[in-house]
Design a protein around this ligand. Structure first.
Ligand code: NDP
Length: 346
């Protein structure tokens, strides 16, 4: 199958790319700089030589015509749209988060509808951020599922950086469903969204550096930097996680392998996690780093009791995808091993 993957330099997309190529699919991926393009080229010399991997530079996804050229690549059948800002280092949330998220999503859908007639399905990487409701984090009566929508609006984007990010994902996902629902859009493809919570897992060595680690793995870098030694930080309100390899597999199953996924939101999660559990996994598996890690007595980051946290139900997604979710122990261990490999290279 010929697949267009946007944002191929991303933490999640790098795993999607690896799994697609391992399954002998043909991939066109977009990145925003030549520097990232050359790193990917160097990692996959034979696929680039044979033409099964092509890299296109799309410098700014917040332009409505950003994807107009790349979607004209002959024979595209499936599009996986992962590119979207995930960081909290912005000063203007509208320009730096909302626009690339929302305009980027509508730009790719419009371009596909106009110029890529063979595309049968588009998968958009959304997030648990588009499912949750901030007001219900502490409410055990709330049950977040594939049917839940974050009520956040554009008016909320200045209340906190996390809220701004959640709004960017919610508004982008809404825009995607609105686009395919509107006959005027001319979409001949169907849509699937993948909605992961916090994603942990190994980083690909050819793209990552410890200084610019992807946002969701930052806490594991901090842990091995000694930053949790005096106190484990709060886990945050999200409390759900999934391994990056499962998220990548979910995109490929949803896009290429499971026709019935069309029109669905996929709530991909392995379940609960807490920072104190991550610290315990680290202690058990990396005794050589004991001097940097918190001890069993170090307080903080504990899982809130069940009566103080939301409920969730992703059974529809688990059933549809048939993924046996990777567990926290393996995920954290593999993440740390990948970080150590990068450190050794630097
Ligand atoms: P990364 O930051 O590693 O990847 C983000 C990707 O989007 C990169 O390819 C990045 O390009 C690209 N990108 C970001 N901003 C822009 C922009 N303004 N213009 C063009 N490209 C841009 O994060 P993840 O891999 O974690 O995120 C991938 C997707 O998954 C995002 O849609 C994110 O919202 C979603 N997600 C992630 C979760 C997580 O915990 N990691 C959880 C839920 C959803 P570049 O490499 O050049 O920076």
């Amino acid at each position: 199958t010929k697949v267009l993957l946007t944002g191929g330099s991303g933490f999640i997309a790098a795993h999607i790319l690896e799994q697609l190529l391992a399954k002998n699919h043909s991939v066109v991926t977009t990145v925003r700089s030549e520097d990232k393009a050359s790193k990917i080229r160097d990692a996959y010399p034979s696929q680039c030589a044979s033409g099964s991997l092509k890299i296109a530079i799309v410098p700014d996804i917040a332009k409505p015509d950003a994807f107009d050229e790349v979607v004209k690549t002959p024979g595209l059948e499936v599009v996986l749209h992962t590119a979207s800002p995930f960081h909290f280092k912005f000063s203007d949330p509208k320009r730096e988060l909302i626009d690339p998220a929302v305009i980027g999503t509508t730009a790719i859908l419009r371009a596909v509808a106009r110029s890529a007639p063979a595309v049968r399905r588009v998968v958009v990487t959304s997030s648990f951020a588009a499912i949750l409701s901030e007001a219900s984090f502490g409410d055990p009566a709330a049950v977040f599922s594939e049917a839940s929508w974050n009520p956040v609006t554009i008016d909320d984007i200045h209340s906190s950086p996390a809220t701004a990010y959640r709004a960017s994902k919610t508004l982008a996902e809404k825009a995607a469903w609105d686009f395919v629902a509107d006959p005027a859009g001319g979409a001949k493809f169907d849509l699937v969204t993948v909605n992961p919570p916090m994603v942990f897992g190994p980083v690909v060595h050819y793209l990552a550096s410890l200084e610019s680690i992807n946002t969701s793995n930052e806490r594991i870098v901090d842990l091995f930097d000694g930053k949790w030694r005096q106190g484990v930080p709060s886990t945050g309100p999200g409390l759900l996680w999934v391994d990056v390899r499962d998220v990548a597999a979910a995109h490929i199953k949803a896009g290429l392998e499971i026709p019935e996924a069309g029109g669905k939101r996929l709530f991909t999660t392995a379940g609960w996690f807490s920072n104190s559990e991550i610290a315990a996994v680290a202690r058990r598996n990396f005794p050589e780093d004991a001097d940097k890690l918190p001890t069993e007595e170090t307080k903080g980051g504990e899982m809130p009791p069940a009566q103080e946290r939301f409920g969730f139900d992703n059974s529809k997604t688990s059933q549809l995808l048939g993924i046996n979710w990777i567990g926290l122990e393996k995920s954290v261990v593999d993440t740390v091993k990948s970080l150590k490999k990068i450190e050794a290279q630097q």
